[in-house]
Design a protein around this ligand. Structure first.
Ligand code: HAM
Length: 420
């Protein structure tokens, strides 16, 4: 009786060899741009104390209230697989006193995250983000640098149909006053609000602005706007961000209801959406979190960052990638050729030449087919005749030209050929 094979978990994906080169190209584009902006990589553990996310992302957020993979381990600790990276990176920043070592820290990451969402196109339970977190500057120039860094990566990837949406949700004073005002305004219509908005009304009124309902959107249009509650510093800060973006020709749309779903944001918030994606159209989201370091027990330090979903970037980026091809395939037949072939392949590989040889003891014809399939440029043939004469036949697979060379000059000969 054959057993049912075990399958992967819903919402997780295998990245198979025919896709991994697209990931590698994406990752190297990200790293190259990060390095030109002088950002340094940070890597944090896959799991953290659950309380870290409760105290940063917020208990009422979708992530914390329904999407975290949380468990009590054998030692009784309450742990969570990281659903996002701003909180872990902030924890690491505080714990390692990075602020004491440098007044400004520009960090980046490429990592796997876990959220128990309902899987659909562009939404997975394990997914990847790249992003940045910058600690130490409250000034608009860093808001603009962070946004321009994200846009620069998207430009290098030649992504089209993107919109950058921008807003400021102000300082804490601004948000407190706005919360009171929006509750006051919506109170008479409370019964007409959706269940989600009714819950948000009680626990986190700012997030009512995230509503998908057209009726509620229309209602909100005539209500109080966050910008009416900006302090004069909030206003100056946001105006400067907009002016600087204009000066460096980054196009954006003002999006007064963009509050984002995580509790730590203050002032600037932004999102990049793509018109090539369906419901899950956000490829990148970010903003300021000037209170987060202090909230997690560090010295008051402003912060700003963003994260972009890499699966979504690859869905939007339809540019085909050059597949990596083999350069040399060593063909031989019989026991006497075997150790020679292994040696030739070893020597070529030690000289950074991509080399394959047959591992299934197949016929010469099948080996030739394999060489073509791998896209090898040349094959080195060691047959009976070659062995007897101490030579190798080198065949160019693109034009079938062939030549014979002494066995001991294979490396120098191959090196002299155009292998690319
Ligand atoms: P976020 O908006 O939750 O923000 O996620 C950022 C991006 O990650 C989204 O725009 C989307 O592209 C991708 N993403 C989120 N959930 C999924 C999923 N289930 N499947 C596939 N992709 C997904 C944050 O995570 C903040 N930590 C961003 C940030 C950094 N803010 C400041 N610094």
């Amino acid at each position: 009786m054959s057993k049912e094979p075990i399958r992967s978990i819903k919402g997780t994906q295998d990245i198979l060899p025919d896709q991994s080169s697209r990931w590698q190209t994406l990752e190297s584009t990200i790293r190259n741009t990060m390095h030109t902006y002088d950002y340094f990589e940070i890597r944090t553990p896959a799991f953290e104390n659950t309380s870290l996310f409760l105290h940063s992302v917020g208990e009422e957020s979708d992530i914390v209230s329904k999407e975290m993979y949380t468990w009590i381990d054998q030692g009784g600790e309450n742990l969570t697989l990281k659903p996002e990276l701003t909180a872990p990176v902030t924890r690491a920043f505080i714990q390692n006193n990075l602020g004491g070592l440098n007044p400004i820290n520009k960090l980046y990451y490429i990592d796997s995250l876990f959220r128990r969402e309902r899987p659909q196109k562009g939404r997975y339970r394990q997914f990847h983000q790249f992003g940045v977190e910058v600690f130490g500057s409250e000034f608009p120039e860093i808001d603009v640098e962070v946004i321009s860094l994200a846009m620069s990566i998207f430009n290098t990837l030649e992504l089209e149909g993107l919109t950058l949406e921008l807003n400021s949700i102000g300082s804490e004073d601004c948000r407190n006053n706005f919360r009171t005002a929006i509750k006051e305004y919506l109170k008479p219509n409370f019964d007409k609000l959706s269940e989600t908005s009714q819950k948000r009304f009680k626990r986190n009124p700012l997030r009512i602005l995230d509503t998908k309902s057209l009726e509620e959107k229309t209602l909100l249009k005539d209500g109080p706007q966050i910008s009416d509650y900006w302090t004069s510093d909030d206003k100056d800060h946001f105006n400067e961000v907009c002016e600087l973006l204009d000066k460096i020709n980054i196009k954006f749309e003002l999006s007064p209801n963009l509050v984002r779903g995580l509790d730590y944001y203050t002032r600037t918030t932004f999102e990049v959406t793509s018109n090539l994606l369906g419901a899950q159209n956000a490829i990148c989201g970010g903003g300021r979190y000037d209170g987060l370091v202090e909230q997690l027990g560090g010295k008051p330090t402003p912060g700003i960052g963003f994260a972009a979903g890499m699966e979504r970037l690859l869905l939007v980026n339809q540019k085909s990638d050059e597949t990596i091809k083999s350069q040399i395939y060593v063909i031989g037949l019989g026991d006497s050729a075997r150790s020679l072939i292994i040696n030739i392949a070893l020597e070529l590989r030690q000289n950074n030449i991509r080399t394959s040889f047959d591992l299934l003891r197949r016929s010469i014809k099948s080996q030739m087919r394999d060489a073509n399939k791998l896209g090898a440029k040349y094959v080195i043939i060691i047959g009976e005749e070659e062995l007897a004469k101490n030579i190798a036949t080198i065949k160019n697979l693109s034009n079938s030209d062939q030549e014979q060379i002494p066995l001991d000059s294979i490396l120098s000969h191959i090196k002299s050929l155009p292998l690319k």
